[in-house]
Write a protein that binds this ligand. Sequence first.
Ligand SMILES: C[S@@+](CC[C@H](N)C(=O)[O-])C[C@H]1O[C@@H](n2cnc3c(N)ncnc32)[C@H](O)[C@@H]1O
Length: 231
Amino acid sequence: MSKRNKLVKFSENLSFQNVFENFSYKEVQLYQQVNQKVDFKGTWNQNYFKRDSPLVLELACGGGEYCIGMANLFPDRNYIGIDIKGARIWRGAKTAIQNNLSNVAFVRTKIELIPHFFENAEVDEIWITFPDPFLKNSKSIKRLTSDFFLDTYQNILKPNAILHLKTDDSTLYEFTLEVLNHRNDYKILEFYNDIYNLPEIPAILQLKTHYELKHLEDGRLIKYIKFQKSN
Ligand SMILES: C[S@@+](CC[C@H](N)C(=O)[O-])C[C@H]1O[C@@H](n2cnc3c(N)ncnc32)[C@H](O)[C@@H]1O
């Protein structure tokens, strides 16, 4: 994508009412529509979605295909896609607007910062879709299922909240199972190393992101782990 094209998308993000952006580590603050500071921490349902429904996050949402797919499948739930890349967030936000999906929004931020934007026990469910595997061991702390990130999710999740990881990457899949097995604050509910080989695949698992489609084209197997916050 050309630099100009990206800049057009960044500026359009500032006009979308379903996009919230944090621009800097120094000022941890969400902005909506140009210069409007907003704070929905603890009140996303009440003050943004204006209804009390389960609140579901998609982390590393990229172009938001999973969020959009889930928002269509489950209109009674509220979805927020989170990613740091503005041009990808633009794709999801634009699709939501074009499809009149009022139950999905997007937050552009580093995932490390989400406790600033969500209150303790505000979130019902988390999906982590095809996150970067950060294959070098020295970078494993950056994996979205490292102890650092699992600690980060603990506070914002409700008791017994469900989390899902979809990945094509064996290293990340094995790493996540190992991390979860060593913790007593999460329990593994299901894990499959090739979901499309299951006798029955739930509709929600059949949704496909941009990266999943590329991985399937390359003949890669899609892995899935479902786990739960313990109490
Ligand atoms: C491989 S892409 C997957 C995107 C999308 N889920 C898909 O499957 O098409 C990984 C995404 O994770 C985002 N990402 C990785 N680490 C992140 C972090 N710490 N905070 C925010 N976004 C992050 C990247 O910006 C990128 O869009």
